[in-house]
Design a protein around this ligand. Structure first.
Ligand SMILES: CC/C=C\C/C=C\C/C=C\CCC/C=C/C(=O)SCCNC(=O)CCNC(=O)[C@H](O)C(C)(C)COP(=O)(O)OP(=O)(O)OC[C@H]1O[C@@H](n2cnc3c(N)ncnc32)[C@H](O)[C@@H]1OP(=O)(O)O
Length: 264
């Protein structure tokens, strides 16, 4: 039996941008009472492009799950063939500087939240997952991907530069060498190719299969102390987040991106 929990309203999460708040539910969160597994489903047709509102809801959903006693959380999509098309291109087209700043901050906050959850996370990638979509899956601990879709950080193909925390997320998952080859060429991997290089951990026949495999991943931790598990995760991932959040280079880079975005 699955119980629903409410995602924090956007207007409460970010009062300064009340004008941009939306009452529509872009993220569905359900927790299976029997298994203790939460499923976070992005539902922003047509392609789950990541705009400010979706990011705020996603961030709120993963944060709220931190206060629940869950076994793990699965990130997936309600759409038939798309996990997420990445950042919403409309957010990057001549935005107001305040909106660009809020958008960019919400993207990084969401990445940090998912990257750092105390509970285990799996991305059940049930469709295409370019750029920012790939980033979301990289923030999870494990990836199961349905066959015959594409995934990757294809920014260079779009003539843009993946921020270094996108790159760090890739390098946290596949080798430095493979990351270099993939990022410089803007490669989008097919599911089987992604599996071969370790970008995804398992392949699946369809969404149900992906969800079943995702659930199975959590049983690896049945005999593991959750606090020891989380502290170990922090040990492994903490430095990447610190670098992403605090450095001078990041601040410069962000200003540069906002400048680019407001001039397109
Ligand atoms: C391009 C960026 C420009 C400027 C950036 C400047 C500064 C920013 C600096 C740095 C940022 C770096 C990090 C960037 C990360 C990103 O995520 S950028 C976004 C990258 N995303 C993509 O490249 C995906 C593009 N889309 C696709 O490949 C395909 O649409 C799809 C495989 C996801 C789905 O294919 P189909 O099922 O065939 O569907 P359609 O192509 O017909 O699309 C349906 C509908 O959706 C709209 N759409 C698609 N992607 C996006 C998107 N990312 N944002 C907003 N809208 C999107 C598409 O236009 C169609 O709309 P309609 O025509 O039906 O109105």
């Amino acid at each position: 039996m699955a119980s629903k929990i409410f995602v924090r309203p956007i207007s409460i999460a970010f009062n300064a941008f009340r004008n941009y708040s939306s009452s529509s539910k872009l993220v569905d969160v359900s927790i299976n009472d029997k298994t203790g597994i939460a499923t976070v489903t992005m539902q922003r047709p047509p392609v789950n492009s990541l705009n400010y509102e979706l990011l705020i809801e996603l961030n709120g959903a993963f944060q709220d799950l931190g206060s629940k006693k869950i076994k793990g959380a699965i990130l997936t999509s309600s759409l038939k063939t798309i996990f997420s098309a990445g950042l919403d291109i409309l957010e990057m087209y001549k935005p107001k500087p305040e909106r660009a700043n809020a958008f960019w901050t919400s993207l990084q906050d969401t990445w940090i939240t998912i990257f750092n959850t105390p509970y285990p996370t799996v991305a059940a990638i049930n469709g295409h997952s370019p750029a920012g979509g790939c980033l979301l899956s990289l923030a999870c601990e494990y990836r199961v991907m349905v066959n015959n879709y594409t995934i990757g950080l294809n920014e260079t193909k779009l003539g843009i530069v993946a921020p270094f925390w996108f790159v760090a997320s890739m390098k946290n998952t596949i080798s430095n060498r493979e990351s270099e080859l993939a990022l410089t060429s803007g490669r989008l991997y097919k599911t089987d190719e992604a599996f071969k290089v370790g970008l995804v951990d398992e392949t699946a026949e369809n969404k149900e299969d992906a969800l079943a495999k995702a659930e199975k991943f959590f049983s690896r931790f049945d005999a593991v102390n959750p606090i020891a598990r989380f502290l170990t995760k922090q040990e492994l991932r903490g430095k990447i987040v610190k670098v992403g959040r605090k450095t001078f280079i990041y601040k410069i880079f962000r200003k540069f991106q906002i400048c680019m975005m407001t001039r397109i």
